[in-house]
Design a protein around this ligand. Structure first.
Ligand SMILES: Cc1cc2nc3c(=O)[nH]c(=O)nc-3n(C[C@H](O)[C@H](O)[C@H](O)COP(=O)(O)OP(=O)(O)OC[C@H]3O[C@@H](n4cnc5c(N)ncnc54)[C@H](O)[C@@H]3O)c2cc1C
Length: 342
C-alpha cells in the first residue's frame, strides 16, 4: 500500500476548551480533492482554516487520474500537492494526523462550538467542521486481486476504461453493483466476461440480455488471479477452467470514514452501496455546523465531483459564518445604537 506522508507537521497547541483566541473558523477533516477544495474556498474567504489529513486518498493506488478536465493524466498526488500549496497560499494550515472524534461543546453559553480530537494529540475547537475523509474499498479476498488494485484491477471505467479499451476484460461480481458494471463495461470492450458467482442465480432475463451483447457469463467462482507484476494474464476458476483476461473491473465493499462522527448521531441514508451520511444539496449534514462533501457522503463521486462538492461546502460554511458574525454583532449592539446611526 502506498502512503503519502506529505503534510509538514504543524505544531498544534493543546487548547483549553473555551479558548476563543484559538478558535478555528473551520476544521477540515481530510485533505483529498473535497477537503482541499473546501479549504481553498474558506481560505480565500479569509477564514481561519486547518486541514487535518491522514494522507491516504482513495485513488493513491492509481498512477494517473482520468476524466478530470484540465488535469487529464495527472498523477493523483501531484494534484493534491498543488492543492496543498494553493491552500497554504491563503493561510490555510495543513496538519498530518487522524481525527478520532468530533463532538459538540457542552458550554451552552454563546454560539455552538465543535470539539475535534486527534489521535494521541490535542483538542481543537471550531465554529464549523467539514468532514471530507472519503471512503476505503474492500475487495473480495481472492489471491492476486488486491495487489493489482488501481493498475489492472479497477472499479470505474470513466477513470480507467479508455486505457484498457478493446482488451479482454472481466467483471467480477462482488456486490449490488455487479450487473450494472457488467452492462456498463460492454461499452469499452466486446471481449467481456462476467464472473457471476457472487450474483448467482441470475434471472433468465438477465442472462438473455447480457448474451444479446456478446457478454460471456462464467458462474464458477474465481479462486485466483494470475499474472506477472501488476499485469494479469489468467483468471483461475473453481471448476479448474482458466480464462485469459487483461483487466478486471469489480466493486468491493465501500466503507465511509465517518466513525469519528458517531457521537453526534447524524442522519444517514441507505443506497445500494451502503449507509452514508445524509447531506443536502450543499453537502450539509443534519447538524448545522457539519458538512460532508465528496466520497464520504457520495461514494460515486469522482475527483471533479469531489472538488465541486468541497468547493460548495466551503462556500456555504463561509456563508453560515457570515450569518453568525452578523447575528453576534447585532446581539452585542446596544439597543439605542441603531437609531444613533441615523
Ligand atoms: C483505484 C482508484 C482510482 C481512481 N481513479 C480516478 C480517476 O482516474 N479519476 C477520478 O476522477 N476519480 C478517480 N477515483 C476516485 C477518487 O479517488 C475519488 O473520487 C476522490 O479521491 C474522492 O475525494 P475525497 O476528497 O472525497 O476523498 P479522498 O481523496 O479519499 O481523501 C480523503 C482523505 O481523508 C483522509 N482521512 C480519512 N479519515 C481521516 C481521519 N479520521 N482524520 C483525518 N484524515 C482522514 C484520508 O486519509 C484521505 O487523505 C479513483 C478511485 C480509486 C479507488
Amino acid at each position: 500500500m502506498k502512503t503519502t506522508e506529505h503534510l509538514s507537521p504543524v505544531r498544534l497547541p493543546d487548547l483549553p476548551i473555551g479558548a476563543e483566541a484559538e478558535l478555528w473558523d473551520s476544521i477540515i477533516i481530510g485533505g483529498g480533492p473535497a477537503g482541499l477544495s473546501a479549504a481553498l474556498a474558506l481560505g480565500r474567504s479569509r477564514r481561519r482554516t486547518i486541514v487535518i489529513d491522514a494522507g491516504q486518498p482513495r485513488n493513491r493506488f492509481a498512477s494517473h487520474m482520468h476524466t478530470v478536465l484540465g488535469q487529464e493524466g495527472t498523477p493523483p498526488e501531484e494534484l493534491l500537492a498543488r492543492g496543498r500549496a494553493e491552500v497554504a497560499q491563503y493561510g490555510g494550515v495543513l496538519h498530518h494526523g487522524a481525527v478520532r472524534e468530533v463532538r459538540e461543546s457542552t458550554n451552552t453559553r454563546g454560539p455552538r462550538r465543535m470539539i475535534v480530537s486527534l489521535a494521541g494529540g490535542p483538542l481543537l475547537m471550531a465554529r464549523t467542521v467539514i468532514a471530507a475523509s472519503g471512503v476505503s474499498d474492500h475487495l473480495p479476498p481472492i489471491p492476486g486481486l488486491g495487489e493489482r488494485w488501481g493498475a489492472t484491477v479497477l472499479h470505474c471505467p470513466y477513470c480507467h476504461g479508455w486505457e484498457v479499451r478493446g482488451q479482454r476484460l472481466g467483471v467480477l461480481a462482488a456486490g449490488p453493483m455487479a450487473l450494472h458494471q457488467a452492462e456498463l463495461l460492454r461499452q469499452w470492450s466486446d471481449r467481456l466476461t462476467f464472473f457471476s458467482a457472487a450474483a448467482e442465480p441470475l434471472d433468465d432475463a438477465v442472462v438473455r440480455r447480457l448474451r444479446a451483447r456478446g457478454v460471456v457469463i462464467e458462474p464458477s467462482p474465481v479462486i485466483e488471479v494470475l499474472g506477472t507484476g501488476t499485469a494479469i494474464s489468467t483468471v483461475l476458476l473453481e471448476n479448474g477452467q482458466r480464462v485469459e483476461i487483461d483487466a478486471i473491473f469489480t466493486a468491493g465493499e465501500i466503507r465511509p470514514h465517518d466513525r469519528y462522527l458517531t457521537p453526534l448521531g447524524l442522519e444517514r441514508t441507505e443506497n445500494p452501496m451502503g449507509s452514508f451520511l445524509k447531506t443536502d444539496f450543499a453537502g450539509k449534514t443534519s447538524h448545522e455546523r457539519i458538512w460532508a462533501p465528496g466520497n464520504i457522503s457520495n461514494p460515486s463521486a469522482n475527483v471533479p465531483m469531489s472538488i465541486s462538492a468541497g468547493t460548495f461546502a466551503g462556500a456555504t460554511a463561509n456563508m453560515a459564518l457570515v450569518t453568525e458574525d452578523f447575528d453576534l454583532a447585532e446581539a452585542a449592539q446596544p439597543l439605542d445604537s441603531a437609531s444613533a446611526v441615523k
